[in-house]
Write a protein that binds this ligand. Structure first.
Ligand code: GSH
Length: 216
């Protein structure tokens, strides 16, 4: 049975999982969770797939998983030969560290800009609120230099090799322009973003990012 990915491809967390599957060449069936129809709160979806009423989630022959970073680890475990999640403990934890950091610090900062400048426009929920943008800028001032510093030391986030840490943190770059992430002064983040967005797996996944109701 094919791997099913429940996703709303416009959202960066869904994009993360779609990009990862494409990068690892895992065949999948995209199950659209249409946020414009509140499909994330359908009783069946809540009961069988994701009780959080959120996307993404996956179902691999009855093995259901939610939380995008856990899904990345699962995919990487299916393709160990790609080295996206090192096996050796110390090297692996250098990657795991960034996955926690993404959930705790990076994602919440990006989410502010995404909500204020993209989600509100998409779902006609009003204008961006400046105090929220200010909060996002404050958060970015603290974390931007951390990511930029790591990328000054090596080509990718955790080392010179691409890992799931890059797939996790880098996925947000699908909204960099539309959400106006304040990353223009971070030279290494810019270099990394250029490299990630040129990957064939990125280009293939980006083609799925069309508003619901429009053909991909
Ligand atoms: N920590 C979760 C976050 C998932 C999440 O919040 N997804 C958002 C879209 S990016 C969502 O489903 N929002 C729908 C809603 O809150 O109703 C993950 O990384 O998978």
């Amino acid at each position: 049975m094919t791997l099913k990915i429940y996703a709303f491809p416009l959202s960066p967390r869904s994009f993360k999982v779609l990009w990862a599957a494409n990068h690892m060449q895992l065949p999948f069936e995209l199950k659209l969770v249409d946020f414009s129809k509140n499909a994330q709160n359908d009783a069946d979806y809540l009961q069988k797939i994701n009780p959080n009423g959120r996307a993404p989630a996956t179902d691999d022959d009855g093995y259901v998983l939610w939380e995008s970073n856990a899904i990345l680890e699962y995919f990487a475990s299916r393709k160990p030969e790609m080295g996206l999640l090192p096996q050796e403990t110390k090297a692996r934890l250098q990657v795991t560290k960034w996955l926690y950091w993404e959930s705790a610090h990076w994602d919440p900062a990006c989410a502010i800009f995404a909500f204020e400048r993209v989600v509100k426009k998409l779902f006609q929920r009003g204008e961006p609120v400046q105090t929220e943008i200010d909060k996002g800028n404050e958060m970015f001032a603290r974390i931007g230099k951390v990511l930029d510093g790591a990328l000054a030391q090596h080509r990718f986030v955790a080392s010179d090799a691409l890992t799931v840490a890059d797939l996790s943190l880098g996925a947000s770059m699908c909204l960099a322009e539309d959400a106006g992430f304040p990353i223009e002064n971070y030279r290494n983040i810019q270099r990394w973003k250029t490299e990630l967005t040129a990957l064939p797996s990125w280009v293939k996944s980006a083609a799925l990012r069309v508003p619901p109701g429009r053909a991909a």
